[in-house]
Design a protein around this ligand. Structure first.
Ligand code: 13P
Length: 281
């Protein structure tokens, strides 16, 4: 149990035709609640950091806090650096203790995406670090309806070459999802996903987990998706709980009141969300 390799978590998903849920977090309350919620649900989980957050919580602090809670957890926990397109920043995260990183070259032309991602993998493997690449492009829901546009979808004919040439250990793919809040209900293209899954043996990753109906997620999980990233809904819940708490009267300030208020509610959300994972421990 406890602090495990991301590749082992994803392998667990692959063997069970199931999915590991991965949550972006930004502070100690969020990190500890992800792990507490996973213990409540008795499911594996992953904690992720957006690289831009390192100005608030440095890579080393985030990695150590996650490791601290993970090592004491009754369930397997993985740690991962989410979307990073900056080689030097990825190196910094690895140096500071991230055992898994995303090398996001998805806005680059194929050849350059391969070059960038391979460069990351070449260094990462010396440190036994896992690398998630992205092929095709998962856009932002607020920008447009680009998530439903096929030209952004991952091309099945490029998957094999990309995986072989880069050596990534997992691959984020585009087949109808987007980051952030959808303007209308998304419709994942499961037939397209099946083609992507047939093109490679490595675990596939679904980004933009917020707002996709559960029945579509279950279909995606039984057709090759072994990791799903969830950010917006967790952050929005965190913000709402902050607003609720700080709307109270603080004349009798209690230093413990805030974490005691927010942590159980965040953990409860995580445990509920993890019902989606069919992985049995
Ligand atoms: P959402 O914010 O849409 O849940 O997506 C998160 C994500 O994919 C992070 O990589």
């Amino acid at each position: 149990m406890s602090f495990v390799k991301v590749r082992d978590l994803l392998e667990m998903g692959k063997k069970n035709h199931a999915c590991v849920l991965a949550f972006d977090a930004a502070d100690v309350n969020m990190i500890s609640s992800v792990i507490k919620g996973a213990e409540m649900a008795n499911k594996p989980v992953m904690v992720m950091l957006y690289p831009g957050m390192r100005n608030i919580l440095p890579f080393g602090v985030f990695a150590e806090v996650t490791r601290y809670y993970a090592e004491r957890a009754s369930v397997p926990v993985g740690l991962h650096l989410d979307h990073c397109s900056d080689f030097d920043m990825i190196m910094e995260a690895i140096h500071e203790g991230f055992p898994s990183v995303m090398a996001d070259g998805s806005v680059l032309p194929l050849k350059e995406n391969i070059t960038f991602t391979r460069k990351v993998v070449e260094v990462a493997k010396n440190f036994d670090v896992d690398v998630e690449g992205e092929l095709g492009h998962v856009g932002t829901a607020a920008d447009s309806d680009e998530f439903s546009r096929k030209e952004f979808f991952t091309r099945p004919d490029e998957v094999k070459t990309f995986v072989e040439k880069t050596g990534v250990t997992s691959l984020a793919v585009s087949f109808g999802s987007a980051h952030g809040l959808y303007k209308s209900t998304p419709k994942l293209d499961i037939e397209h996903l099946k083609e992507l899954d047939a093109a490679t043996d490595i675990p596939l990753v679904l980004h933009g987990g917020t707002g996709i109906p559960d029945d579509q997620l279950s279909l995606a999980f039984s057709n090759g998706i072994n990791k799903i990233n969830i950010g917006t809904e967790f952050f929005n819940l965190n913000t709402r709980l902050n607003q609720e708490f700080f709307a109270q009267d603080f004349s009798n300030g209690d230093p413990f009141a805030f974490p005691e208020y927010i942590q159980p509610k965040l953990a409860e959300y995580i445990a509920k969300r993890l019902e989606l994972s069919k992985i049995q421990l």
